[in-house]
Design a protein around this ligand. Structure first.
Ligand SMILES: *[C@@H]1O[C@H](CO)[C@@H](O)[C@H](O)[C@H]1NC(C)=O
Ligand SMILES: *[C@@H]1O[C@H](CO)[C@@H](O)[C@H](O)[C@H]1NC(C)=O
Ligand SMILES: *[C@@H]1O[C@H](CO)[C@@H](O)[C@H](O)[C@H]1NC(C)=O
Ligand SMILES: *[C@@H]1O[C@H](CO)[C@@H](O)[C@H](O)[C@H]1NC(C)=O
Ligand SMILES: *[C@@H]1O[C@H](CO)[C@@H](O)[C@H](O)[C@H]1NC(C)=O
Length: 500
């Protein structure tokens, strides 16, 4: 009697498993908590054995970083999870060069730097229904109850390719580390299933505040969908307001990005605060903003063009730089998710999760665009992870003329944290301060001592003489004529400065 009931129960269980009836004991937060704890323990155990081996295995860029992560408590790790619905498996697409993976039951991501901008190191765990032998082969952790294996994506091909490169290539190339939240899709293509989870055990409690989901995440003028002739927005975005008898201050902002998940509310605030500061110190109408997927003008902000309009950004910049006279001081603020080689990720317009060349703004492209810029002064404020690549490349190649000042929020190996940099560079009263004084205040603040902000002055110390809007900050005789951001040029001045 008893055994036949067991057999019936067993048959029901087998049928349920095969058909995929929901298990009514299934509790998602509890499952995620168990996986997150097991995954964190896998990382810790591997690190105790060998930091170097763990560093390679988990795709963290160096041993020091691996140690730094392992000394953190789990309370500093934010948890993301994706779990397949019935009758679907998950696939993972990475924005950088990692090969996609498919056939998964779940994906778990631990973010040990919840306060940092992306890219920065993350730990990614793949969960698949497999045999125990297969799991051992992958150096995974087997969950006997449900035949699931938690393992880490095999990165050895990428590491091998990197080793085969010459050391100079290696340092400038994207490395094999995991730096972003990948796109995890089930049945519905383009729909991100890897989402942040709050209150998972003792892990980091809060999720990031994202921009309002009512925001339209499609690009208003999507050049992938519309041909460029019909895309007036692209032309409008490229327009530059240069008049032949006036020289004005101009600013450009490139920010926000990649997708909804990497487009935190913080990035909107950064743009808004920088815009307001620039307006206060006289940049007026001449501020062009390329932000995330773009946004119509509102009461507080002008029209923002999508960051994917890279050609428009470049064209606008070229016009400003090549027209004489046009620009007195040009300020650029960059605040996008970045690859370890310093390249900015623009908007994932085709929503495929991979960063194609049109969806990236490389450091070389930006430096080349500023080469031979005729503006009197160019100030490049780079507030993003690995931003030190800018100063490093300029020191090495000396592409830029002596009219450029570059200030970065971090070094070329560091992720950028929080909004401290933006706070210093958007403060009240910046119009009177020398650029190097703002920089000094920032680096001398004890709260920012972990950050390696860099200042590179390609000229002969203009940062000690000039304010952000090109005014004189010391008692130099050539202060600004107008504080409105524009200067009328008399015809004699015009020809003496620009005639040939
Ligand atoms: C790791 O840290 C050690 C000691 O702090 C340092 O000498 C070494 O250069 C660091 N390695 C890397 C790759 O940053
Ligand atoms: C990763 O793949 C390589 C071959 O490409 C293999 O030799 C190695 O054992 C694999 N490592 C793991 C942990 O699966
Ligand atoms: C939102 O996107 C859709 C399609 O991509 C477009 O038709 C619509 O005009 C957009 N709405 C706004 C407010 O931008
Ligand atoms: C161009 O500049 C003039 C004067 O500086 C200003 O009145 C006008 O609004 C500007 N146009 C645009 C499109 O920015
Ligand atoms: C510059 O010229 C315009 C018109 O040509 C005039 O309205 C404006 O007041 C002038 N500004 C200054 C600072 O002289």
């Amino acid at each position: 009697m008893k055994s036949s009931r067991t057999i019936v129960a067993l048959i029901l269980a087998v049928v349920a498993a095969a058909v995929g009836f929901p298990d009514h004991h299934y509790n998602e937060p509890r499952t995620v908590k168990k996986w997150a704890e097991d995954s964190w323990r896998m990382f810790q155990t591997a690190t105790e054995k060998s930091v170097e081996a763990a560093s390679e295995h988990f795709g963290v860029h160096d041993a020091n970083m691996t140690l730094r992560i392992s000394t953190k408590g789990r309370s500093e790790c934010r948890v993301y999870a994706a779990i397949a619905d019935h009758r679907e498996t998950l696939s993972v697409v990475f924005p950088d060069r990692h090969m996609p993976v498919s056939g998964l039951h779940a994906v778990l991501l631990l973010d040990p730097f919840p306060g940092a901008y992306f890219g920065h190191p993350v730990l990614i765990f793949l969960i698949e229904k497999t045999s125990m032998d297969m799991c051992d082969e992958r150096k995974g952790h087997y969950l006997h109850g449900n035949h699931l294996c938690i393992y880490v994506k095999n990165n050895s091909r990428c590491i091998q390719m990197k080793r085969n490169k010459s050391p100079s290539d290696r340092s400038t190339d994207t490395d094999c580390a995991f730096n972003f939240i990948p796109l995890v899709q089930g049945k519905e293509a383009g729909k991100q299933k890897l989402t942040c989870r709050e209150n998972i055990g003792n892990f980091y409690t809060h999720c990031p505040v994202l921009r309002d989901t009512e925001d339209n995440l499609s690009v208003y003028c999507d050049k992938v969908r519309y041909n460029t002739h019909r895309c007036n927005v692209a032309e409008e975005a490229a327009e530059a307001n240069c008049s032949s008898w006036q020289r004005c201050d101009h600013a450009m902002i490139l920010s926000g990005g990649w997708n909804h998940q990497l487009s935190e509310y913080q990035s909107y605030l950064n743009v808004k605060e920088m815009f307001e500061m620039l307006k206060r110190i006289g940049f007026g109408e001449n501020i062009k903003i390329f932000y995330a997927n773009g946004e119509a003008s509102t009461q507080e902000m002008p029209r923002m063009y999508s960051s994917i309009l890279k050609e428009s950004f470049k064209k606008h910049l070229r016009t400003l730089c090549n027209t004489k006279p046009c620009v007195e001081t040009l300020v650029l603020y960059l605040n996008s998710p970045t690859l370890p080689n310093g390249n900015s990720l623009l908007w994932d317009a085709d929503k495929n999760g991979e960063a194609s060349p049109e969806e990236q703004f490389t450091v070389d492209e930006m430096l080349s665009s500023l080469q031979d810029c005729s503006a009197k002064q160019v100030v490049l404020l780079v507030d993003q992870s690995y931003s030190g690549v800018f100063t490093k490349k300029q020191s090495k190649n000396r592409k830029l003329r002596s009219n450029v000042i570059i200030v970065t929020s971090t070094s070329e190996r560091q992720a950028a944290f929080g909004s401290d940099f933006r706070k210093y560079w958007s403060k009240e009263g910046l119009g009177e301060k020398c650029i190097n004084n703002i920089y000094d205040e920032y680096i001398n603040d004890p709260r920012t001592e972990d950050m390696t902000s860099l200042l590179l002055d390609t000229g002969s110390g203009a940062s000690h003489r000039l304010t952000l809007n090109g005014g004189s900050c010391s008692n130099e005789p050539w202060g600004k004529i107008s504080s409105k951001g524009c200067e009328n040029l008399s015809s004699s001045r015009h020809w003496s400065d620009f005639g040939n």
